[in-house]
Design a protein around this ligand. Structure first.
Ligand code: SF4
Length: 151
């Protein structure tokens, strides 16, 4: 099986901001053509775990600090992130997704690399809250950085 999502028949959970949904903390999106094509084929389910956790859009920027989600206003939003991740997983399981394409570096969706918690733009190895949950459920995961040239 290839890693190229357009050359297999799997169902994908995708970060909604990669599908053009303006759900990012800054009220923007970052659409990726491979994800849009999966949507056209009916093989992608867009979810935003932060919105599903009840957070508003736009919202203050968040980063992980020693496993807790903190925003730039000093609020601990770990509970909302955890609740939203569980709701997003539930939707994905209903859809039958076994694979995921996630937005890199996000404190929710980031996979293998996230910001270091200092709000300075520095990166460290690690996963966001949602990506970590998907890993426990044995999803096969990519980020948009892996698929940007696939379409
Ligand atoms: S939580 Fe995920 S889907 Fe929502 S805006 Fe952040 S990266 Fe995109």
């Amino acid at each position: 099986m290839t890693d190229n999502p357009l050359k297999n028949n799997k169902r994908y959970l995708v970060s909604a901001c990669l599908a053009g949904v303006n759900c990012r903390y800054d009220g923007q999106s970052t659409p990726v053509e491979t994800v849009l094509e999966l949507l056209r084929q009916g093989r992608a389910l867009p979810v935003c775990p932060e919105q599903l956790g009840g957070l508003p859009t736009p919202r203050a920027c968040c980063e992980l600090q020693q496993g807790r989600v903190m925003n730039t206003e000093g609020q601990n939003l770990t509970e909302a992130f955890t609740r939203g991740a569980a709701e997003a997983l539930r939707l994905s399981q209903l859809f039958g997704a076994t694979h995921a394409i996630l937005k890199s570096r996000s404190p929710s969706c980031g996979y293998t690399q996230i910001y270091d918690g200092s709000f300075s733009g520095a990166l460290i190895p690690g996963n966001g809250i949602f990506a970590e949950l998907l890993l426990k459920h044995e999803y096969l995961m990519l980020t948009e950085l892996d698929v940007e040239d696939e379409s």
